[in-house]
Design a protein around this ligand. Structure first.
Ligand code: HEM
Ligand code: HEM
Length: 237
């Protein structure tokens, strides 16, 4: 039995492996663009509120897509593959936050759920909010002015949690880059990570069939959100 030459073995173990499917990567970078756009347009006043809401409705479609993809998507996208118990998270932290295989780490998974939750609160409250001028979310007409004002207050307050979550998110990525020499951003762009770092038993599913099903799913969700955004206000009386 002949052992593989060390150089070859190293090259093989560092071969890139697909860890993030294209739909997850597109979801992520679209979310980054739209959340940033929503934050900027929120500061620009009434002239930009229509665009603020359009961006928000698109974020709603992205979040619903991510929820469904978390059940039917490829391995690393599935909630069942990355949601960890508090005990596992504690063990990972005690172990110095080192190797954790492909996909989100146990602690990262908790952060991901938190970001998705905070964004959902923002979108849901926006749907019921009004700006005391001429604009309101599509569902504001279905509740009293006082309730709509309450949601507007929640919307304003929750924005601070979004800023905090983004700062933590970027801090965590910088920590892995500089303190753990682990580049997380590259795989979120290309989809691939060196097998030596992220060693899934097999690459995640990312063929054209998977991508097409994601596209069809997103198109269906986008249609539903479009109808929601154009919902007629309740009839008076
Ligand atoms: C993640 C997505 C969103 C972010 C980050 C966001 C952020 C913000 C922020 C920071 C403000 C406060 C502006 C200020 O008073 O200085 C605001 C206002 C507003 N947003 Fe959003 N928003 C989002 C989604 C939505 C959605 C989906 C809608 C409705 C369809 C919406 C409707 C409104 C309205 C009506 C206001 C004015 C009322 C208020 O000040 O609360 N937003 N948004
Ligand atoms: C508005 C700002 C951002 C938001 C709302 C956001 C949100 C998210 C979410 C929800 C995930 C989980 C992906 C999933 O499984 O669905 C994620 C992961 C990730 N994000 Fe962001 N992100 C933001 C900005 C950024 C930026 C600017 C970078 C790069 C510098 C980045 C790099 C990453 C990476 C590398 C991961 C994967 C982490 C891992 O390997 O576990 N994000 N982000």
């Amino acid at each position: 039995m002949s052992a593989a030459p060390p150089g070859r073995a190293a090259a093989q173990s560092a071969a890139p492996v697909r860890v993030w499917d294209l739909p997850i990567r597109l979801f992520h970078w679209l979310l980054v663009v739209l959340v940033s756009f929503s934050i900027v347009t929120a500061q620009l006043g009434e002239a930009w509120i229509e665009w603020h809401m359009r961006s928000g409705y698109t974020i709603l479609a992205l979040l619903v897509f991510r929820l469904v993809w978390g059940f039917i998507g490829p391995h690393t996208a599935r909630f069942s593959s990355f949601v960890a118990s508090p005990r596992r998270i504690a063990a990972y932290v005690r172990g110095g936050m080192r190797e954790h295989g492909a996909g989100h780490s146990p602690l990262g998974a908790a952060a991901v759920l938190l970001i998705l939750f905070i964004l959902s609160i923002q979108v849901a409250s926006g749907l019921f909010a009004n700006d005391d001028i001429a604009s309101e979310g599509v569902l504001a007409a279905w509740v009293s002015k006082a309730t709509s004002d309450w949601f507007a207050g929640l919307h304003d307050l929750n924005a601070w949690f979004i800023y905090g979550a983004i700062a933590l998110h970027l801090g965590a990525i910088a920590f892995y880059q500089f303190a753990r020499s682990r580049n997380l951003v590259g795989p979120m762009i290309s989809g691939d990570a060196p097998a030596s770092e992220d060693s899934p038993t097999s690459p995640v599913r990312d063929g054209w069939g998977t991508r097409l099903s994601a596209l069809i799913l997103f198109a269906l969700i986008a249609c539903a959100v479009y109808f929601l955004a154009h919902l007629a206000p309740p009839a008076l009386g």
